[in-house]
Write a protein of this length. Sequence first.
Length: 167
Amino acid sequence: MPSKSELFPYTFKDTGIKVKIKKVSPLLIVEVQKAMPVPKPPMQDVVYGDPGDPGAKKVQEPNESHPDYLADIDDYNMALEMKVRKFMIMRGVVINLDDEQKQEVKQLREEWKEEFDAELNGSDKFLYISYIAIGTDADMEELMDVIMRRSQPTEAVITEVKASFQG
């Protein structure tokens, strides 16, 4: 666990839930991307010159506009985004769930099971942050930004900076 000086208080604007944040290196995000190779496009025959000419050059080239490939790329991009967000939440959000928060996750799992007859996968921490603490898309985007850049100054940082300017 990081030292207290490396943790920053954060409050989700739309739910009011408070957590601690630590920065996640962008290089780790690159590693997530490297761990998920991009799908390769299908190959297709391309004829250079007159197709009726027996001397026309015929080569195999990737077809990046093939509908199946475009669908694969959409699926890949969605999966990559989910992996990056999950990793950032697991690595960048520090919270020890109390009994009430654990109960909320348990209830969420039960509701999911009842509605979809399937398990809701993920750790309690991930489910709590992803589906309870994050109330809106704006919450999600701001959380990702804060984890990556710590762009939101905390009250402690503001106080510390103010104190450094006093005579």
